[in-house]
Write a protein that binds this ligand. Structure first.
Ligand code: UD1
Ligand code: CA
Length: 467
């Protein structure tokens, strides 16, 4: 047998997740904006190299694989899901050659690398064949229970699944987290002894505790200090509870780093969000995906920011929606602004009320303060875009670019029909429809001439009174 190394990690993730009643495989359900399995993989990656992580996939395997393939982990297929013991039988080839393995569950996402490291240390110190991570939650319902040799002993007799608990065993409070360390050889030697003659009618990895004990092998348990981190997500309610725990942890971490989050229980902050000190997050803000916010910013209520990078001292006023864009130092956004993907909002630039931008680049100090659409547009330094300006970027077939130079002035209610360029320092008269390029330093007015008929209204009025 080829020697593969001292330790591999197996993540069991093939199950359907029947109790979620969802079309989506369980391990792809998200908490903190990230799939359950992705959380477990990132923890495992802190313990061993991705090539030594084997993810057992089965139900909607292709979808699960596609979601996490970029992490570089290896996959094992369990075509038919006949239980956690069967999942391990499917991983037999993969794990053979490693001295030990750690087993994690794809639906236990809050586990910390420090805790796994403790399990691994304990497993080695105890020279155990199997080490079980346990916990003692308030409500142990639904979990397998740990039957210790005696209350004080670290040795375990067996794991008893919920359905198999005798009346007397109902009082057992210590639960099986589904996270284990095994010496590979004694595990492999007994995998075929598992059978489905149990209340779950499955091949259960939990039965390995009793099997190893019966063979005189050492089976031990170590209890986690924090119960939260070993809880599983089997139902939507459990999933939502784990999401809340994770988000509360994220908010606490950010506050410890100097970020003010008012009423953190109302905010939705994804796990990978980074925020520098002295930034204030007001209630009911959502920060989703990869959001990076600099120092001294203020994000006001009801704004939703997704996959964006904000510099320092940025102000996002109430009710803004920002996606896949970068906002430079000192910029001011909103209220009620919509910054769509592909925007670069420059230093000290303003994107004001009811302004929508898409693939728009506003240079330093550029301003679009009211009621404007800037799509596929470039706006130079210190240029002012008047209220109601529209870039007509779409001709019904293709998108075109509008280029506006620096220190230009676009009068209110103008339409700029792309492709079109307004040069540096040029003026566009209010209400213009601009279809031709405007040279630098010039004035363009593209609107109907105003005519005035003096006395017209008075005469009309007088006529009406005679009738
Ligand atoms: C399992 C344990 C239980 C423990 C609990 C902790 C067993 C029999 N029971 O129960 O003692 O308290 O975890 O969370 O192991 N999976 C596969 N292939 C399968 C079946 C499951 O890969 O054929 C995967 C699932 O996708 C899941 C994990 O294994 O990620 C655990 O399976 P699940 O059905 O959730 O087990 P529990 O009933 O929670
Ligand atoms: Ca589970």
């Amino acid at each position: 047998m080829k020697d593969k190394g001292k330790l591999a990690v197996v993540i069991m993730a093939a199950g359907k997740g029947t109790r979620l009643k969802s079309q989506q495989p369980k391990v792809l359900h998200e908490i903190g904006g990230k799939p359950l399995l992705a959380h477990v993989i990132s923890v495992a990656s802190r313990i061993v190299a991705p090539a030594d992580i084997y993810v057992v996939i089965g139900h909607q395997a292709e979808k699960v694989l596609a979601a996490v393939a970029a992490t570089g982990v290896a996959f094992v297929e369990q075509t038919e899901q006949r239980g956690t013991g069967h999942a391990m039988q499917c991983a037999r080839q993969a794990i053979a050659g490693y001295e030990n393995i750690l087993v994690l569950s794809g639906d236990v996402p809050l586990i910390r690398p420090e805790t796994i490291a403790e399990v691994w240390q304990f497993h080695q110190a105890e020279q155990a064949a199997m080490t079980i991570l346990t916990a003692a939650p308030e409500d142990p319902a639904g979990y397998g229970r740990i039957l210790r040799k005696s209350p004080k002993s670290s040795e375990v007799e067996a794991i008893v699944e919920q359905k198999a608990l005798t009346a007397k065993q109902q009082s057992l409070r210590e639960i099986n987290s589904g996270i284990y360390a095994f010496k590979t050889a004694p595990l492999l030697a007994r995998l075929d002894l598992l059978d489905a003659n149990n209340a779950n009618e499955e091949l259960m990895l939990t039965d390995m505790a009793g099997l190893l004990r019966a063979a005189g092998e050492r089976v031990v348990a170590i209890q986690a200090a924090e119960t939260d981190e070993v809880l599983g997500a089997n139902t939507i309610a459990e999933l939502v509870a784990l999401d809340a725990t994770l988000r509360a942890n994220t908010a606490s971490r950010l506050m410890a780093q100097g970020v003010t989050i008012f009423r953190p229980e109302t905010s939705v902050i994804d796990a990978e969000v980074e925020i520098a000190p002295d930034t204030v997050i007001e209630p009911f803000v959502q920060l989703l995906g990869r959001v990076k916010i600099g120092a001294g910013c203020r994000i006001r209520s009801y704004s939703v920011i997704e996959d964006c990078t904000l510099g320092n001292n940025v102000l996002v006023r109430q009710s803004c929606v920002l996606a896949e864009s970068t906002i430079a130092d000192g910029a001011r956004i909103g209220p009620f602004a919509h910054v769509r993907p592909g925007c670069e909002i420059g230093e000290d630039a303003h994107v004001g009320n009811f302004v929508e931008t898409k693939k728009a680049k506003l240079d330093k100090g550029a301003k679009a303060n009211h009621l404007t659409y800037l799509g596929d547009a470039e706006v130079g330094e210190r240029t002012n875009i008047g209220a109601g300006t529209i870039t007509c970027n779409y001709d019904g077939v293709r998108k075109h670019i509008t280029r506006i130079g620096k220190e230009a002035f676009v009068g209110s209610n103008s339409t700029l029909v792309a492709p079109v360029t307004v040069g540096d320092g040029a003026y566009v008269g209010a209400g213009s429809c601009i279809t031709k390029d405007v040279p630098a330093g010039s004035l363009a007015v593209g609107r109907a001439h105003q005519f005035v008929k003096e006395g017209w209204a008075t005469a009309r009025h007088a006529g009406r009174q005679k009738e």
